[in-house]
Design a protein around this ligand. Sequence first.
Ligand SMILES: *[C@@H]1O[C@H](CO)[C@@H](O)[C@H](O)[C@H]1NC(C)=O
Ligand SMILES: *[C@@H]1O[C@H](CO)[C@@H](O)[C@H](O)[C@H]1NC(C)=O
Length: 411
Amino acid sequence: MQFIIPTPLLAALMALPMAPGALARPSSCKANLVAPRAIYTISNDQQNAVVAMPVQADGMVGKATTSTATGGIGANGIDGSTNQPSAPDALFSQSALTVAGKMLFAVNAGSNTVSMFAIDAADPTKLTMVGKPAAVPGEFPTTVAASDKHKMVCVGTTGAKAGVACAPFSAAAGGIGPMDALRPFDLGQSTPPVGPTNTVSHVFFSRDQQTLFTTVKGDPTKNNTGFLARFAVVAADAGGGCDGGAATVAQKGAKASPAGTAVLFGAATIPGSQDLFATDASFGAAVLSVQNDGHAVAVKGKGVVDGQKATCWATVSPATKSAFVTDVGTNRLVEMSVANARVMGQVDLSANGDPGMIDVMAGGNFIYALSPGNGSTPTAITVVNAREKTQVQHFQIGPAGKNSMGLAMVV
Ligand SMILES: *[C@@H]1O[C@H](CO)[C@@H](O)[C@H](O)[C@H]1NC(C)=O
Ligand SMILES: *[C@@H]1O[C@H](CO)[C@@H](O)[C@H](O)[C@H]1NC(C)=O
């Protein structure tokens, strides 16, 4: 079979170093997605640290784990059912750390700060702190979003001062700039918060980075409804036409409680769509459609996960174009449709001995999920082939324990 390749593209292809025979691969075969180069979590201990793990070209996590202090303090929320520090799921959140471009950001829940690191281009497990941890104008930061396009970082806090605040960042200008005013959420929480219900879950940007979203869990036992908040990003050059000034996030947003949802937790944007895939710890997950006019958020579909304890973390796989969710109390991955949240299948991981998993992230052909353990089981990353639905690795993370939280990657 002959391929006709436009000359400029051909020239570009020829310029790339390529394995012999690479061009001969039939185009109809499944794209061989590139594995992440490294994955990260935070220890969330008293001396908080980012734990970085290299990922090999075959998608497996490599051994050369490094630990880099954040200069801040980790913390645990209080588990409302036991009145004890919560672990696993110390922060009741998704995205305790995040990567934007060549920068990594991590929350320090116990010292009300967020730390910024530069990721080394040659060795992405090598992190260098940029500036000092930046003070957040709320209490108990648990979730962070960053926009490479707007050079902006936004942090969700869920203690006595709960809400979202944002700041510009610049490696050249020494790190994270001053945080703007907190966009408050009236949760009536304490510091540390009592959860997991009635807490901020996840801050994240839309695919086009024009909207900042925050999921907030309600508390069905207190007639307290959770919601999805959204705030418009105001581009740097909006209105004035002058090219100075950084992008900002609107102080006033819109809140919606999508019908039938109660405890919205982790979310994922969906490639090629403006819809959101969001878990709800009270039943499973939903696909939400944000209406451009008005304040409504429509529910396109709800998926009830049978036997779930708390379906809280979500990712969308580029390999399968489906969502995968985890449950801190059930050791399995559940695959769901990004069209309507229908349950498509599950990967039973009980054989590896972990009690359950929290943060989850799709990278290349694989799903990476964090099990902080419970003190007696080790902290581990389970790697699952997204297409074949099989565990391919169970990697024990030496420098992280049951307080660990969050997963991020660099590709
Ligand atoms: C619960 O909230 C709904 C809606 O705000 C209200 O109509 C209802 O009276 C509340 N129920 C209780 C027991 O507070
Ligand atoms: C930790 O999890 C394992 C596996 O589910 C379980 O057997 C063990 O009892 C748990 N330990 C604690 C302290 O909860």
